[in-house]
Structure formats: structure tokens, C-alpha cells
Design a protein around this ligand. Structure first.
Ligand code: PMP
Length: 300
């Protein structure tokens, strides 16, 4: 089992830096019992000039705030202070490249009333590419993404991740690397923890917001497409259309950009090394490391 902390690990909780091993939580918490909590996943990188930078820190904390507001968890935190706390956690733990996990959670309350106060935790650990480096064998999940009329699905809420765990587990049990979930209308939505893109005829496609978590990596990939003059379109599509694609990839903070080998055993036609996804994978890596990137150089 991966150990996320040791006896020396320091975390941030409600304005203080404390030893993880000496910090406790209340077993009667509303978050623990009902999954009523919100979290973020952020990465810090050591950039080309040697500095440690938390990538898109403001975007992640803005989403944390919005996620709380959508499900009525009071958010009385100052995002600039929280970003400074992320840097301090990295420094206190001697970390340069790390995954940072802010979590907003609620105190004891066994009723189903919205919380009137909330706590914040920020911890960090060293984490390699979440879905590995190899191309992924993906299966269409028998689980759908949650119905947007049954939940605020744009809120990165803890409870929603039971759906992700079920889908991931099913895929692994069946011998695949990862799941792909459809929305309630049968269109492709996203992976359990990543957004999906595909390539066809020189163009990149991805599902529009509405039935997905609008990922910060997804937004970065769209930005990179604009900068690199790669045509990009947001549209709904089915798995039949996806299977006709030349190449596909997942993207997310933890997974970064990772190519997909096949969907339900059917391989994509273009070698990953020649795909636009590969160009975007390299451009994404360059962006987080604050290195310059020339598309032309990658095509030779
Ligand atoms: N979809 C889901 C369901 C996720 O859990 C994640 C990871 N946060 C993503 C997409 C990608 O989001 P981001 O790029 O902001 O990490």
C-alpha cells in the first residue's frame, strides 16, 4: 500500500501547519458519514529555471470555492492564503514535484442539513503519473456518470467519487487499464478522474461542459490547441464515433496527458507517436515546466 505520509510529514489544517501523524479528525463528521466534502487535486512542478510552481493554483482554488458553494458548504477561506499555504507545505516537506490535495470537510452533524461551518486541510505527497506512462486499454463502463439533475456534477465533491471508484474497479476486474463513462443520454462523458479527447481528420474533439467535470487540464489542452493552431471542437459524440477516431487521450491533473491504445479492445488507427495527442502531451509538459515549445520541431 502506498504511504501518503510518514512521521515527519507536515500538513496544513485550519490555518496551522501540523504533523500529519499527530492530527486527528472527528469520527462523527458529516463528511465522513455522507461524503459531504469537496476536494482538489493540484500539481507542483520544478520549472525550467529551477523554481517550484503550483500549476494553475488560482484556477484550482477558485474551483474548490465554487464546488463548495454549489453544495452549500460555507467557504470562509482566503484563496491567496491557501495558495501560500500550498507553497509552505511543499517547503516544510522538502518537496519540489508533488501532488497537492486540498480538502474542505464538515464537522459532526448527523442530520441532512447543509453545513454551517467547514474545515480545510491541505496535504501533499509525491505521485508519479496517475495512469502510468503506457498507452491505456480502456473499456466503456457499465456505470454512467451521475445524472446532472440528481447532483451538482460540476462540484468536485467527495461523494461523487464512489461512482469513479466503481467504474475504475470494474475496468480493472475485466483486465482493462481504465474506464470510460457515458452520460445519462448515452454520449461519451469522461473517465473516472480525467477528461477525454479524440483526433479525426486533423481536428481534436472533446465533450462540452454539462455532463462532465470541466477539468483544468482540459482547459489547458484547449488553450494549447488554440496556440498551436490545432482545430478543436467541443461536441457530443457516442462510443461508435469515438471508435472511428484516429487517436484519443485522457487528460487530468494527476494523469496529465496520456494516450489511449484501444476502446473495448478496438485499437485506434494512428500510432500515438504521430498523433496530435502526442504533440499536445509534449506541449502540456512544456507548459507545466515553463519551457518553450515549438510544434514544428516535434513533427520531424
Ligand atoms: N473528470 C473527473 C471526474 C475528474 O475527477 C478529474 C480530475 N480532477 C478530471 C475530469 C480532470 O480535471 P482536472 O484537469 O482539473 O484535474
Amino acid at each position: 500500500m502506498y504511504s501518503y505520509y510518514n512521521d515527519n510529514t507536515i500538513l496544513y489544517i485550519n490555518g496551522e501547519f501540523r504533523k500529519a501523524s499527530a492530527t486527528t479528525t472527528d469520527l462523527y463528521g458529516q463528511s465522513l458519514h455522507y461524503g459531504y466534502a469537496v476536494f482538489e487535486g493540484i500539481r507542483a512542478y520544478k520549472t525550467a529555471n529551477g523554481e517550484v510552481k503550483v500549476f494553475k493554483a488560482k484556477e484550482h482554488f477558485d474551483r474548490l470555492q465554487r464546488s463548495c458553494e454549489l453544495i452549500h458548504i460555507p467557504y470562509k477561506f482566503n484563496n491567496e492564503e491557501l495558495i501560500a499555504a500550498c507553497y509552505k507545505v511543499l517547503e516544510l516537506n522538502n518537496m519540489e514535484e508533488a501532488y497537492i490535495r486540498p480538502l474542505v470537510f464538515c464537522p459532526p452533524n448527523m442530520t441532512l442539513k447543509a453545513a454551517s461551518e467547514a474545515h480545510i486541510l491541505i496535504c501533499a505527497w509525491e505521485w508519479g503519473a496517475y495512469l502510468g506512462e503506457k498507452l491505456l486499454r480502456v473499456m466503456t463502463s457499465s456505470y454512467e456518470r451521475p445524472n446532472p439533475k440528481a447532483f451538482k456534477i460540476e462540484s468536485k465533491s467527495a461523494g461523487l467519487y464512489v461512482n469513479s471508484i466503481l467504474a475504475s474497479q470494474e475496468a480493472k476486474e475485466k483486465g482493462y487499464d481504465e474506464a470510460l463513462l457515458l452520460d445519462i443520454n448515452g454520449y461519451v462523458a469522461e473517465g473516472p478522474g480525467a477528461n477525454i479527447f479524440f483526433e479525426k481528420n486533423g481536428k481534436i474533439f472533446t465533450p462540452p461542459p454539462g455532463n462532465i467535470l470541466p477539468g483544468i487540464t482540459r482547459a489547458t489542452v484547449i488553450e494549447l490547441c488554440h496556440e498551436l493552431n490545432i482545430p478543436i471542437e467541443e461536441k457530443l459524440f457516442t462510443t461508435d464515433e469515438l471508435k472511428e477516431a484516429e487517436a484519443a487521450f485522457f487528460c487530468g491533473t494527476a494523469a496529465e496527458v496520456i494516450g489511449i491504445d484501444s476502446l473495448d479492445g478496438q485499437s485506434f488507427s494512428k500510432p500515438w507517436a504521430q498523433s496530435l495527442g502526442k504533440v499536445l502531451q509534449q506541449a502540456y509538459k512544456a507548459r507545466v515546466l515553463e519551457k518553450s515549445f515549438q510544434r514544428e520541431a516535434q513533427l520531424v
